[in-house]
Structure formats: structure tokens, C-alpha cells
Write a new protein. Structure first.
Length: 132
């Protein structure tokens, strides 16, 4: 399968790696799964509410892991010095169903790494997380 994460407020065409002659127009705000051999879409999963997906996915043991941020609070101001909470999510790649989510106090821009069953990612709240 090939995966593509698309930001909620953008409209992109992306090439599919296994089907190089094909591109797909993507709906903003969704995580997609495509058949690698054919480029056929298997499923799409909408990101929650105003959350945007900012990081690329890490895929391990059938789960796609990625970070989000609140699209309505990308920039901080003196009146709002801290971004709204965001989430780091796990989605089953076979079904497109959310497995779990982890709340953070800032946007998750970094791409995750999975090592020995632990997922590592950085966050704008100033922390690097290790989630198992």
C-alpha cells in the first residue's frame, strides 16, 4: 500500500510511487491508503474537526502513526500564547480505523520513528515523546 497524508486546507495532486503513470487529486484533510500495485484507493480517513495532519506517517506492524495540529491556532499571539491541543494518532492500515490517539499541548510537525514497538515524536510543546 502507498499512503498519503494531506493537509486540510490544501488541494494537491500527488504521484503514487508504485503506479508512476498515475496521479490522484486528493481531498484536503484525509489520510489515504492506495493499493501499491494498481494505485486503486482502498480507504480514506478524515482527520478530526479542525485538526490538520502535519507530519508524514511512520508505518509499523500494520499501523500508520502521524501527528496533527489545530488548523485554527497555527500561530501564537500575546492573547493566545499557546496553541490549542493537538493529537498524535494511530490508524490501522488494513481498515482505516483509528486505533488510538494521544493528546499533546502543541502541534506535532515531526515525523515519527518506531523502534522496538515504541513510537518517538517531537512536539511544539517542547517535548519529545516516547509512546508504547
Amino acid at each position: 500500500m502507498a499512503f498519503c497524508v494531506n493537509h486540510r486546507h490544501s488541494d494537491q495532486s500527488v504521484p503514487l510511487p508504485a503506479a508512476q503513470s498515475q496521479t490522484r487529486r486528493l481531498i484536503p484533510g484525509y489520510l489515504f491508503a492506495f493499493e501499491a500495485a494498481t494505485g486503486k484507493q482502498k480507504w480514506q480517513w478524515p482527520t478530526p474537526s479542525s485538526l490538520q495532519v502535519y507530519s508524514s506517517c511512520a508505518i509499523a506492524e500494520g499501523i500508520a502513526y502521524f501527528g496533527t495540529g489545530d488548523a485554527l491556532s497555527v500561530c501564537t499571539t500575546p492573547a493566545h500564547p499557546k496553541p490549542k491541543p493537538a493529537h498524535f494518532l494511530a490508524v490501522n492500515i488494513a481498515t482505516g480505523k483509528e486505533k488510538w490517539r494521544f493528546r499533546t499541548d502543541g502541534h506535532v510537525y515531526s515525523s515519527p520513528a518506531v523502534v522496538d514497538g515504541t513510537i518517538y515524536f517531537g512536539c511544539l510543546d517542547g517535548y519529545v515523546y516516547a509512546v508504547k
